[in-house]
Design a protein around this ligand. Structure first.
Ligand code: HEM
Ligand code: HEM
Length: 245
């Protein structure tokens, strides 16, 4: 396997090994937190231990970093793949430097968001990391599938990353707010995020089936050139290849 293929596998492998198990635990704890809160409110006690709240938040915080990380890896694969293929570095090196700075900005502002406690700074760092991700998503080489946005791995991926950043940004407000307004906002948005994670599992698997390994690339590109996905094609055997029995 070539280096490019190993890099391509990095994103789906991290998704399967780290991100999806984390999503499972975070959602499980979310149900327990809610059940515990409602039981305590109505019956005065609950069999669910109070630690589920801390576990949901601790793993939720880790999930934000994991989702943003995996999105940046997915974007980097497309963007730097295009830079190498079209030799953008020799033509417009400033563009390459700027793109790299946006990757650094996305990571740095997320790191600062983890540290920030003041409402204004949480808002600023969340907005900055969100903008950096969106700007990177607009670069050449990213397979956006805009004409079929409703099944696009890219659009759902960027949206869940923004929703996770938002969850991290409003974290202290969920506790402070006595009217439960932020809690309701959090549950509503993250229920949508949970559905989008399912969509990511499906569209990501499809992407993995469609992106060829290096040795397959020239052949698969020919199939696309001849539009074999929408009309029948005949594969002609090379003259020097041994005939099948
Ligand atoms: C798919 C992801 C997520 C889902 C479906 C989800 C859902 C929920 C639900 C249902 C609750 C319970 C609300 C209630 O008490 O009625 C909750 C609480 C909470 N969530 Fe999430 N959440 C997710 C991710 C996150 C993330 C990424 C963070 C932080 C970065 C986070 C922070 C919190 C906090 C601070 C609470 C309050 C916990 C408590 O009362 O002890 N959640 N979430
Ligand atoms: C939380 C889950 C996931 C998120 C947030 C996510 C996000 C992204 C993003 C933003 C991209 C770049 C846009 C693009 O080129 O399409 C991408 C690319 C990709 N993802 Fe995911 N992904 C997730 C899970 C998965 C899974 C489970 C798989 C496969 C099993 C997968 C396979 C791929 C592949 C193969 C690419 C490269 C596609 C290409 O360059 O055309 N992803 N992902």
């Amino acid at each position: 396997m070539e280096l490019r293929d190993v890099i391509l596998l990095l994103h789906p492998a991290i998704a399967v090994i780290i991100v999806f198990p984390l999503i499972g635990i975070v959602i499980n704890r979310a149900f327990q937190v809610r059940q515990r809160r409602l039981e305590t409110a109505t019956e005065g006690k609950s069999k669910i231990p109070p630690v589920v709240g801390q576990e949901h938040v601790k793993l939720g915080r880790a999930l934000t970093a994991a989702v943003v990380g995996i999105v940046l890896i997915g974007l980097a694969f497309g963007i730097y793949g295009n830079i190498l293929e079209k030799q953008v570095w020799t033509k417009t090196p400033v563009k390459v430097i700027l793109i790299t700075l946006f990757f650094v900005a996305a990571i740095a502002s997320l790191a600062l968001l983890y540290k920030a406690s003041d409402k204004m700074w949480r808002g600023i760092f969340a907005t900055l990391s969100g903008i950096a991700i969106v700007v990177l998503g607009c670069q050449d080489g990213v397979y956006r599938q805009t004409n079929q946005w409703y099944i696009s791995h890219y659009y759902y991926g960027v949206t869940v990353a923004l929703l996770m950043i938002f969850s991290l940004a409003i974290l202290p407000d969920i506790y402070k707010d006595k009217t439960n307004r932020w809690r309701t906002v959090h549950i509503t948005l993250n229920s949508i995020a949970a559905l989008m994670f399912i969509a990511q599992g499906i569209t990501g698997s499809l992407a993995l089936l469609e992106v060829p390994l290096s040795w397959q690339e020239s052949y698969v590109n020919k199939l696309y050139e001849q539009q074999c996905q929408i009309k029948p094609c005949t594969i002609i055997q090379a003259p020097n290849m041994p005939k099948k029995p």
